[in-house]
Design a binder for this molecule. Structure first.
Ligand code: AMP
Ligand code: TRP
Length: 375
């Protein structure tokens, strides 16, 4: 599989796939960027944490210089599990604030919330009719989230990956930065694009896209922290929904909370190894080294060159210092931005307006291809 591309490769993405349509891309853009479009989403479900930051948001920031990007607060995805309406609105603004505080520029790129562009839901319906039950039945995230009481899960939770495919393909996005846990969903999005291109090959060719209508989007799963684990159990993913707040570092934690959580993070009795191989079967050590590397924008090798054979007490002290330095300014900026919800809503509205301009012609063409009559 060619899923794990090094960051360098992500910054010099290849040409847009041949079958990409010669679309009017709506937005004005620089010539050099014309062949790629980046899309990603984060759910407004509260407790944005270090995993979201290192696995996704820092990657979003890094892609901005060389690509046109859309970063979406996926509120339609969030409600696949019940959300209190007031909390949902607050969390939508909070994810937006986190994007901006982390360095995403909403004037150069598009930041918006999903429900303001109805094409996501419309294309998702078409994809509900393209994706096969057998494909959805294999999705491990659904199995994990639905748990034992599957009968009681929402129908939306089940078809969630089809909506995710729609998010990406509505913009003919070519590259999708995500954490490791989204790899399977990205594979499904590619399968949906491929099946749509095959099923409708005749009308797609008639409409002037002989190579296919939807591009097959590439996942970008990069960096040393694509899967940040719980601070209390190195075999469990760091998660927004873990009952214990000690398992994660939230982007809004203050310096004391960050230091305390790192000090109390689970470790093993051995000092750190000098080589990455020595982290095998030491999930907690591996996780902390990966977090350090992610925050310092370096590699695990480099971290171990510096801290190999150091006791955890010393390493944790350095990690707490680094995490505090990196994260507390972001938390402070998020709080500042959150104090002005009118401005955040303005940014989301403006983003939605620009997202519409890209999505509308693609959705219209999709309808022609499917055979829907429109005026
Ligand atoms: P979510 O909060 O589920 O919407 O996830 C938003 C983004 O963060 C996705 O790209 C996820 O893959 C990524 N992500 C979530 N949890 C982690 C984690 N523990 N480690 C790395 N990336 C993560
Ligand atoms: N499913 C993703 C998650 O839970 C969020 C998401 C929704 C997404 N739509 C997307 C990510 C499109 C990338 C592209 O993390």
């Amino acid at each position: 599989m060619r899923l794990i591309a090094p960051l360098r490769a992500t910054l010099a993405l290849g040409a847009r796939p041949r079958h990409n349509p010669p679309f009017d891309r709506g937005e004005s853009m620089q010539k050099a960027k014309i062949n790629t479009r980046v899309f990603s989403g984060v759910q407004p479900t509260g407790n944005l944490h270090l995993g979201n930051y290192l696995g996704a948001i820092t990657r979003f920031v890094a892609l901005q210089d060389a690509h046109d990007c859309l970063y979406c607060v996926v509120d339609l995805h969030a409600i696949t599990v019940f959300q209190d309406p007031e909390e949902l609105a607050k969390n939508t603004r909070e994810v937006t604030a986190a994007f901006i505080a982390a360095g995403i520029d909403p004037t150069r790129h598009i930041v918006f919330n999903q429900s303001q562009v109805s094409g996501h839901a419309e294309l998702a319906w078409i994809f509900n009719c393209v994706a096969r039950l057998g494909w959805l039945n294999r999705m491990t995230q659904f199995k994990e989230k639905a748990g034992k009481d599957r009968e009681n899960a929402s129908a939306g939770l089940y078809v969630y990956p089809n909506l995710m495919a729609a998010d990406i393909l509505l913009y003919h996005a070519t590259h999708v930065p995500v954490g490791e846990d989204q790899k399977q969903h990205l594979e499904l999005a590619r399968d949906i694009a491929q099946k749509f291109n095959n099923d409708f090959a005749k009308t797609i060719a008639r409409e002037g896209y002989p190579g296919g209508f939807f591009p097959l989007p590439e996942p970008l799963i990069t960096g040393p922290a694509t899967r940040v684990m719980s601070l209390r159990d190195g075999t469990k993913k760091m998660s927004k929904s873990d009952e214990s707040d000690m398992t994660r570092i939230n982007l809004t934690d203050d310096a004391d909370q960050i230091a305390k959580k790192i000090r109390k993070a689970k470790t093993d009795p051995e000092p750190l190894p000098s080589e990455v191989k020595g982290l095998e079967s030491r999930p907690e050590a591996d996780n902390l080294v990966g977090i350090y590397a992610g925050l310092a924008e370096t590699s695990k090798e480099q971290v171990l060159r510096e801290f190999g054979s150091a006791p955890f007490s010393k390493f944790k002290e350095a990690l707490a210092e680094l995490a505090t330095t990196r994260l507390t300014p972001i938390g402070a900026e998020m709080r500042r931005l959150m104090a002005d919800p009118v401005e955040i809503d303005r940014i989301l509205n403006e983003g939605a307006r620009r997202a519409h301009a890209i999505a509308d012609p693609i959705l219209a063409k999709t309808k022609d291809i499917v055979g829907f009559i429109r005026s």
